[in-house]
Design a binder for this molecule. Structure first.
Ligand code: THG
Length: 301
């Protein structure tokens, strides 16, 4: 299964057997005071900075969220999409729960973006999916509906089935629907990680679809969140998740290591390229294995 996304100049393929695709999450004013202030004042230099930094850190796609209570999301999201697409060349993921904002952003987004997101709620599907179809975009489907997020994998699977079915009926193929099995906090419910991992396995087995997870919800409320997030990400990849919405500054090296360990990085090329581009300390302080590393890099570059 392959989901193809495009900007004006670049193409990204999310493939079930391919390496993990990284969606940079940082252009999101929720809980990010400085970004919210700048967006409110119609200043977009910081947005541009976050766009470039995430791409440099390994983001394949950028999530764009411009929801600030009291502000006109339709106008703001449209503006941020324009700013980001003129700054970087990666495809975009348009993140809003407001169908009007999504419609406006789709009208200005280049190429083939990813819409984030629809749920199984009937009214939302009826409003959003035709828009996705008409604009030729792809869409993230959350495994929740009007009744909330089921706490067992089979009910989440049933919602995914309903959304895939609805999409197919209006002409959106399964490869343009990326399923989000939803990650909840293990601090609040210690079975939450297991439920998501099982949902990922079932989605992969039953539908063979591409699967996206948000890496950071799982650790909410716990100390040393990064450790929990990293462990979860590796487990989710093992279960079959192949797209992650996360902070690429913090997670790209873990993701490259995960791909390598799963046999999805021939000649360790992507792992080593990332290491060389981002690991200053390792260049000045060679470790055991550096001989092997330089040998391998010479071979592959
Ligand atoms: N699935 C899908 N979409 C999603 C999520 C998901 N969109 C939103 C969210 N989850 C992913 N995006 C973020 C964005 C920012 C943060 C977490 C998830 C975040 N921000 C810092 C904080 O709150 O502490 C503040 C920003 C900063 O200073 O870096 O953690 O699961 N489909």
């Amino acid at each position: 299964m392959q989901t193809t996304l495009r900007s004006d100049t670049a193409e990204v393929n999310i493939q079930t057997e391919g390496p993990i695709v990284i969606i940079g999450e940082k252009i999101n004013p929720t809980g990010h005071k400085r970004l919210a202030e700048e967006m409110k004042a119609d200043r977009f230099d910081y947005v541009s900075e976050l766009a470039s930094a995430q791409v440099a850190a390994g983001a394949d796609i950028l999530d764009i969220n411009a929801c600030i209570p009291g502000l006109d999301e339709v106008a703001l999201l449209t503006e941020v999409v324009k700013v980001v697409s003129s700054k970087v060349s990666v495809p975009l993921c348009i993140d809003s729960s407001n169908p009007k904002a999504i419609a406006a952003a789709l009208a200005v987004a280049p190429g083939k973006p990813l819409v984030n997101s629809v749920s199984g709620q009937e009214t939302l599907l009826r409003e959003m999916l035709p828009m996705v179809k008409d604009s030729g975009a792809a869409v993230i489907a959350l495994t929740m509906d009007g009744k909330g997020i089921p706490n067992n994998p089979h009910d989440r699977l049933a919602i995914a089935a309903r959304i895939l079915d609805y999409a197919a009926r209006i002409g959106i193929p399964a490869n343009d629907v990326v399923i989000d099995p939803l990650v909840m906090a293990v601090g609040a419910d210690q079975q939450a990680g297991k439920v998501t991992l099982k949902t990922i396995e079932l989605l992969r087995q039953e539908f063979g679809v591409n699967i996206i997870i948000g890496a950071s919800n799982v650790s909410f409320g716990l100390p040393a969140r990064h450790t929990v997030n990293q462990a979860f990400l590796a487990l989710a990849a093992g279960a079959g998740a192949n797209c992650v919405i996360t902070d690429p500054m913090k997670f790209t090296s873990l993701i490259r290591a995960t791909d390598l360990l799963r046999g999805r990085d021939s000649h360790a090329k992507r792992y080593i390229r990332h290491y060389r581009a981002h690991s200053q300390s390792c260049r000045s302080k060679p470790e055991v294995g550096s001989a092997f590393l330089s040998l391998t890099t010479k071979e592959v570059m």
